[in-house]
Design a protein around this ligand. Structure first.
Ligand SMILES: *[C@@H]1O[C@H](CO)[C@@H](O)[C@H](O)[C@H]1NC(C)=O
Ligand SMILES: *[C@@H]1O[C@H](CO)[C@@H](O)[C@H](O)[C@H]1NC(C)=O
Length: 914
């Protein structure tokens, strides 16, 4: 006995000391331990016998009732089908409110774009099909939505080919558990580890199958660390896989390849196939969701239901613990069309401030003002640009957010002002857990006003987090969001200045002593909403309220910057996100790419992974590779755990400092290009970094590639994910060539190249036929580069042509929404470069004035022999000379360069070479 106790103690000590064993699998539920998931997975195809009746058009929508065929007495569900501009189909299914269900089921408010409902089209009529067994409505000239009644099935059809695009309940798995009044003998409690969920409304889950037709792969449904193309989770040759889980959790030391859900949830899946293109399905529902991707033959055990399937159809199975069906179907057909359609529903990404697109330096923690000053001055000493210095939780007075530890940070305003003098900003952390301390004004106010989330018995929910005993503001309530936003005013947030921005962490929410490290599902929110119904959107509302706070603080003049760990559909409207607490190892470096690509595919383009890895100490080589890759993340921040060794760029010897500095310089040079892409995302929903197939949708070799990615349409980047790599295989898609970004070496497209790799850089290529704008003068921060001249890099294709865009505005205000920006298209063909104004002729009552000029134009891929360039309208002639492609390092090759053409970036001009 004593022996066993000792063994136990040794084990505890071992687990404690051995952080690599730290993913605590048993802390989290499996599907088997989650009753709705277990029930869902056990159902057989065809087991749903729901039929649709009373199909009609009412108020411009299709309406119908859904009832089980074998139980006509049961209360019918109400189905509505509506059509929106751009061929968007919306399906809602809910209980009939006129039959007084025990409670209104929750639909997450403020996620749909406020303008979206106004794009609804009025459905004039129904068309009866298949001798009355089905009805259809037109989605567009090309597509119809067909509702089959017996059994119920909904599909979108491409009319000309009669091919299906997406369908729902084709496999007969639809199930909707209606709310019931509890009666004697109902035992609805659920237990998990030491936690009990009272489940006062009993089982209320919803599940159904969605099939994507003519699809080769499915993507999306972040957030998790796994491949870009989603692998099947059920069927032959899939052993014991969990479904993809959407449940926002603070997962300590997450695994690098797992279907397990992490900090955020976007219930949006895309399908892509070579023959038809892209389609998408979005279920607006904030409860826990579990999604199976079904391998062909998954239904083999149910032989009597076996239907011969076309091989390129992908069946998926969606299960949610609560809520309603509010589903959106997108027909594409191109990948960018699907992004446009999806962001018409949930919004395009907010336009970030320019500084936030630059490099961020973070650590848990920069200890005190002296430390901040030291780190800041080191960057200057070494000529490494950076824009933002971050402070983690230790800067506060005992983890009371909006306060400062006055011993460590006695002069926060002055500290911020010193940074601001160099064009730099500061970010501080503000988490949702509020310390339950009667001396803390925020707590006093929140508890007096009843602004906290309540526990199942109606008291303020009290959970354990960084400050100890904590409560959580109920930001579902607009009034509480308003109150929260006020806390960011300069008056309320003492020690804050206009150059201070905010970081929201732990907003899943993380509760150290809660079930699965989060809030109990029977906790109660505004309007009697159970936490289970809104869990995945809690962090979203908190992020929204914080961003509103920064907006109000600046009287609506400055664009907010708020980084959030938790996320939901629509988070792109409120700020940036990052992939949470990753680890300093090569696998985590590699998985950062599919994670960021997946977020971008679901509308959230402003994302990044902690450069260097949060946990653990990276080897210098890994750190350098991480900077080289991170320089292309949309959000570029280095961050490290409290217990790691310091790892500012200069701590690994001169050579590594040089390499890190170069990686950061590449990012600063490309800022004009990145900023242009952020504006493209802001107007079109198309993400900043994209999977290759988004640019090459018919090239099958790209469909599951997640080691390389496109930055916009012009750059292809491939990470180096192994130690001491000497070679890398890089597939360059398309028919046209690619130019190595550093050496200008030309590589053929459509070929996998085996490349020699050095420590100096990771492979990056400019696509032939594109023009990229750079800024090649390095300063302390992006703000100080505002008026710097541009370099244009023209990469000619086989027709000796190229084009590219450049977007410029003041980098911080909202004036661009009134037309205060410059938007140019550069077009090169027949030896002539033309700068074309893309700002709309009318409607822009403001202009963004810029004196910036173009100082260099580099021509790649032109036959030699060019002598000079004629500039019009000035009629000046300048020489064409050979000059270095980059100023990054001496060995950059000399390339054909038009030096000092002295044209202004905002004006019309042409340059003819001869
Ligand atoms: C772009 O971002 C701004 C916020 O910065 C937002 O107000 C606007 O709606 C977004 N979309 C467009 C098309 O400008
Ligand atoms: C070359 O680039 C130009 C400009 O982007 C484009 O219009 C043209 O189609 C391209 N030619 C080829 C062969 O791809």
């Amino acid at each position: 006995m004593r022996n066993e106790t000792l063994r136990f103690l040794v084990l505890v000590l071992f687990l404690f000391l051995c952080p690599t064993l730290s993913w605590k699998k048993e802390e989290f539920r499996t599907c088997e331990q989650t009753p709705f998931c277990k029930r869902g997975r056990s159902r057989a195809p065809g087991s749903s016998s729901v039929i649709a009746t009373d199909v009609a058009i009412s108020n411009g929508e299709l309406t119908a009732k859904l009832t089980p065929k074998d139980d006509p007495q049961s209360k019918p569900l109400i189905l509505r089908l509506s059509v929106y501009q751009d061929s968007i189909l919306r399906l809602t299914i809910d209980e009939d409110p006129s039959l007084s269900p025990p409670k209104t089921r929750f639909q997450p408010p403020d996620v749909l774009l406020p303008d979206f409902p106004s794009t609804k089209l009025w459905l004039p009529r129904l068309t009866s099909e298949d001798h009355g067994a089905a009805s259809s409505v037109r989605l567009s000239d090309a597509h119809s939505a067909v509702l089959r009644q017996h059994p119920f099935e909904l599909f979108i059809r491409h009319d000309a080919s009669s091919q299906r695009v997406i369908s729902l309940n084709s496999r007969g798995l639809f199930d909707f558990e209606p709310l019931r009044h509890k009666s004697d003998g109902d035992d609805w409690e659920e237990r998990f580890r030491s936690h009990t969920d009272s489940r006062p409304y009993g089982p209320q889950s919803i599940s159904f199958d969605v099939s994507f037709h003519a699809a080769d792969f499915v993507y999306g449904i972040p957030e998790r660390a796994s491949s870009l193309a989603l692998r099947p989770t059920r069927g032959p040759n899939v052993d014991h896989s969990e479904p993809y889980r959407l449940f926002n959790l603070d997962v300590f030391e997450y695994l690098h390849d797992s279907p397990f859900g992490l900090y955020g949830s976007v219930p949006f899946m895309l399908a892509h196939g070579k023959t038809r293109g892209t389609s998408g399905f979005f279920w607006l529902n904030a409860a826990e969701m579990q999604i199976d991707v079904l391998a062909p033959g998954w239904d083999a055990e149910y032989t009597d239901s076996l239907i011969a399937l076309p091989s390129n159809r992908i069946d998926t199975f969606w299960m949610s613990e609560a809520g309603v069906v509010d589903a959106f179907f997108f027909v594409g057909p191109s990948p960018k069309d699907v992004l446009r359609q999806y962001t018409a529903v949930t919004g395009t990404p907010a336009m970030p401030q320019l500084f936030s697109v630059a490099y961020h330096q973070c650590r848990w923690n920069y200890r005190d003002e002296e430390d901040v000053e030291h780190v800041d001055s080191k960057f200057d000493e070494l000529d490494i640009p950076y824009d933002v210095l971050w402070l983690d939780i230790e800067h506060t007075d005992g983890k009371r957010y909006f306060t400062w530890d006055r011993a460590l940070f006695p002069h926060p305003e002055e500290m911020q002002r010193k940074l601001a003098d160099k064009g730099r900003k500061m970010v501080t952390i503000v988490d949702p857990h509020i310390k339950r301390d009667d001396g803390f004004h925020l707590h006093k106010e929140a508890s007096q006003k009843g602004y906290y989330v309540k526990d199942a018995s109606g008291n303020d929910f009290d959970g354990w987090c960084w400050p100890g005993s904590s409560s959580y503001p109920d930001t579902l309530n607009p009034e509480i969001r308003e109150w929260w936003a006020e806390k960011f005013s300069y008056k309320n947030y003492v020690g804050s200045t206009p150059s201070l921005y905010i970081w929201n962490d732990m907003n899943e929410p993380s509760v150290f002593n809660g079930p699965e490290v989060s809030m109990p599902r029977d906790a109660l929110h505004y309007g009697g909403v159970e936490h289970r119904e809104l869990h995945n959107a809690y962090g979203y509302y908190f992020h929204m309220a914080t961003a509103d706070g920064l907006l109000k603080r600046g009287e609506g003049k400055d664009r907010p910057f708020v980084l959030s760990r938790a996320l939901f559909a629509g988070s792109q409207r409120h700020g940036a996100v990052w992939t949470g607490d990753n680890t300093a190892d090569w696998d985590h470096l590699r998985v950062s790419v599919p994670m960021i690509l997946t977020l971008g595919l679901t509308g959230i383009s402003f994302s990044g992974a902690d450069v260097g890895g949060f946990f653990g100490n990276p080897e210098p080589e890994l750190l350098v590779r991480w900077y080289q890759l991170g320089a292309y993340y949309p959000f570029f921040r280095a961050h490290a755990h409290h217990d790691t060794k310091r790892r500012e760029p200069w701590l690994f010897g001169e050579r590594n400092t040089e390499l890190i500095k170069e990686a950061i310089h590449v990012r600063y040079a490309l800022l004009p290009y990145f900023y242009t892409l952020f504006r493209e995302a802001n107007t079109s929903g198309v993400p900043v970094v994209r999977p290759l197939w988004m640019e090459f949708p018919s090239d099958e070799a790209t469909f599951s590639n997640d080691e390389a990615f496109m930055v916009g349409g012009s750059l292809l980047v491939q990470g180096i994910y192994t130690e001491r790599a000497k070679h890398a295989s890089v597939y360059l898609p398309g028919k046209e060539s690619w130019y190595d970004m550093r050496t200008s070496t030309v590589y053929k497209g459509g070929v996998t190249h085996k490349l020699d790799i050095t420590e100096e850089s990771i492979p990056a290529f400019q696509r032939a036929g594109t023009i990229i704008a750079r800024k090649d003068r390095f300063r302390r921060s992006s703000t100080q580069m505002a008026n710097d001249p541009y370099t244009l890099v023209i990469a000619l294709n086989s027709s000796q042509a190229a084009e590219g865009e450049l977007y410029i505005d003041d980098g911080s205000s909202f004036n661009f929404l009134q037309g205060a920006y410059i938007h140019r298209r550069f077009f090169f063909s027949n030896g002539k470069l033309t700068s074309i104004d893309l700002t709309p002729a009318s409607g822009s009552n403001r202009r963004y004035p810029s004196d910036a000029f173009i100082e260099r134009i580099i021509l790649l891929g032109h036959p030699p022999g060019l002598k000079n360039a004629l500039i019009e309208p000035s009629n000046d002639k300048v020489d064409i000379e050979l000059a270095p492609l980059w100023f990054l390092r001496a060995r950059a090759p000399a390339v054909m360069t038009i030096r000092k053409p002295s044209v202004r970036v905002g004006e019309d001009w042409t340059i003819t070479v001869s």
